[in-house]
Design a protein around this ligand. Structure first.
Ligand SMILES: [Zn+2]
Length: 599
């Protein structure tokens, strides 16, 4: 047996036979002839010849012992079959991955020895995590997912810490460690780097020769596992970090709109007006009974006379930060849209209110769990706030803070900026004592299996937000106030086959082609506000007349200015829904609503 394993002849005969049996079937069907993709194989061939020359010169073996090659081939085959989620997409090309994997196992050990495990183990773990993520959530671990994960709070991550996921995690760690042990046992006795490097060149060359035989139409980078997967994963990490970094830098670089002259014509100060700017979390327009949803998720809002709901409001981005920027600055799209005129020219609209006599108070959910991007961006956009309140956990606990800020504001005009947990995953903020919709599930173990419960939990959070808004408006009762609510982005609850956000992954569906981008937006003004100034009444009348228009986050900056008649060079009447000149959003959007339910 040992003799057999030590025979190169047997090893290469077996390899050739396996490749012919495996590849012949599919390769014989190819009629295009060989591709011209010969450069890389040519380079490898030269390296291999140089390696052979060096082995001869230094009197070393050309290749590692045959049994090492057997072992590496078995390890590579197992790794490819279990860790490469694209392995079975075109089985005819599977040997490419196996050959490349053998080559990399040998070459990396030859170069780095035990340190090569520091590359292999995390890589294989992420490959297994990718398969588990795809099985459950139909998502790949791409830069968007990583960017969101870096920003996720403890609660959000905890929603994914289900029993099944823990089992997956332990199995993946166990499998990866076993791989590391076997690889070390196999290669530690392979003496000298040169034979291992030669094996690396040889197997990479064989893999490439196999792949050049594949017609170009069928050739995809996915078959060059693990090379391309490692590259993709590295790029995804880099992009995720750069994406977050670039977002913060973009907001930091914006000059405040108060650097230009501005003035307010409607208020002199001391009227006790409160403008509430509430950026909702993950609320789809079609899940509010206010907008015609058959379940009564917004029993209070839908009964408010004079409420102006915009049923066709398009969110700028599936990412909270990008959406916040589009809402509060004069940006018209996601800052990555790359269209210069759609980029923000100036900072937060809240600065203009502050400069024009409003005191600013901000109300958040939990405090600063997300250090990288979200907190920094939202803090920059609300930098003029004289006090910031946090209500970790249930948003209802923030009501006394609203009352405290009202007392502090006295007769001054004030802006209350609210951005709490709302309907953010894992949909756990609702009245647990009296959940209106049951059974309610807020653990994403396998959302497709518990879809009804997850959908109930989501609807419960909207019902809860309705009551939150009722309580805030109750605290404001008797004051001239106007409540402007807009959600940052939608959510997928099995819609378009996806769960969560931005995770359309394999389906390659664009966010703006799904109803997930259609978010809740409404304006509610107290009678005291409407009668305070003729401009307010006229502005609200214009708003009402635009309720059926397709609007977007790009309208908020200018509409807030138009509502109070604040003049600034940044104001654009075509984006002011309080102006008769308002124009609809013309960017990318899903199919029109089947029937308008605008109020
Ligand atoms: Zn969000």
């Amino acid at each position: 047996m040992k003799k057999l394993l030590q025979s190169y002849c047997l090893y290469f005969c077996a390899l050739a036979l396996a490749l012919v049996v495996w590849g012949g079937r599919s390769l014989l069907q190819y009629h295009e002839g060989f591709s011209l993709m010969w450069i890389l194989p040519g380079v490898l061939l030269l390296l291999l010849l140089a390696g052979a020359g060096a082995a001869r010169r230094f009197d070393k073996p050309f290749l590692p012992p045959a049994w090492v090659l057997w072992g590496c081939t078995i390890l590579a085959t197992v790794a490819t079959c279990f860790c490469n989620m694209d392995a079975y997409r075109d089985v005819g090309q599977l040997p490419i991955s196996i050959l490349l994997c053998v080559g990399l196992l040998c070459a990396l050990w030859g170069l780095l020895r035990y340190a090569s495990l520091a590359l292999w183990l995390p890589f294989l773990f992420f490959q297994l995590a990718q398969i588990a993520a795809y099985q459950q959530y139909r998502t790949r671990i791409n830069s968007l997912v990583l960017a969101e994960t870096f920003e996720a709070s403890g609660e959000e991550l905890a929603a994914y810490l289900s029993g099944t996921n823990l089992v997956y995690f332990c199995c993946a760690v166990g499998a990866v460690c076993l791989f590391g042990v076997l690889l070390s046992l196999l290669l530690r006795s392979a003496r000298g780097s040169l034979p291992l490097l030669n094996a690396g060149f040889l197997f990479a060359l064989l893999g490439l020769l196999y792949s050049v035989a594949v017609p170009s139409a069928r050739r995809t980078p996915d078959t060059w596992w693990p090379v391309f997967s490692a590259k993709d994963l590295g790029c995804a990490f880099y992009e995720a970090l750069m994406h977050n970094h670039a977002t913060v830098k973009c907001v930091e670089a914006l000059a405040s709109p108060t650097e230009q002259p501005s003035a307010i014509s409607t208020l002199k100060g001391g009227e006790g007006v409160v403008l509430v700017v509430h950026i909702g979390e993950s609320v789809r327009s079609d899940r509010m009974s206010l907008n015609g949803y058959e379940r009564d998720t917004t029993p209070w809002l839908r009964q408010q006379p004079g409420i102006i709901s915009f049923t066709d409001c398009i969110s700028a981005a599936h990412d909270t930060c990008q959406a916040q920027i589009a809402i509060l600055t004069d940006a018209r799209r996601d800052i990555y849209s790359k269209i210069p005129e759609m980029q923000p020219r100036t900072g937060s609209v809240l600065d203009l209110f502050h400069t024009n006599g409003f005191r600013l108070f901000s109300f958040f959910g939990r405090r600063a769990a997300q250090q990288l991007k979200y907190d920094r961006v939202v803090l920059l956009l609300t930098s003029q706030a004289e006090k910031r309140y946090n209500a970790p956990g249930s948003p209802w606990t923030g009501i006394p803070q609203i009352q405290e800020a009202l007392a502090a504001a006295g007769n001054n005009n004030a802006v209350f900026f609210i951005n709490n947990e709302g309907s953010h995953t894992p949909f756990e903020h609702y009245d647990r004592e009296n959940p209106p919709f049951v059974p309610s599930v807020h653990q994403f173990e396998n959302p497709a299996d518990v879809g009804v419960g997850v959908n109930n939990a989501y609807d419960n959070t909207i019902h809860y937000t309705d009551e939150y808004i009722r309580r805030v408006c109750d605290a404001l009762k008797g004051r001239p106030f106007v409540y402007v609510y807009v959600s940052d982005h939608g959510e997928y609850l099995g819609h378009a086959g996806a769960w969560g956000r931005a995770f359309l992954g394999e389906n390659k569906i664009h966010y703006h082609d799904t109803d997930g981008c259609r978010v809740a937006m409404f304006v509610l003004a107290s009678p005291e506000f409407e009668s305070l100034h003729p401009h307010f009444a006229a502005a609200l009348q214009n708003l009402r007349s635009h309720a059926d228009m397709t609007v977007a986050h790009e309208h908020i900056f200018h509409t807030l200015l138009g509502l109070f008649d604040i003049s600034t060079p940044y104001y654009n009447s075509e984006l002011d829904l309080c102006s008769p000149l308002a124009q609809p959003y013309t960017g990318r959007k899903p199919q029109p609503l089947p029937h308008s339910t605008g109020k």
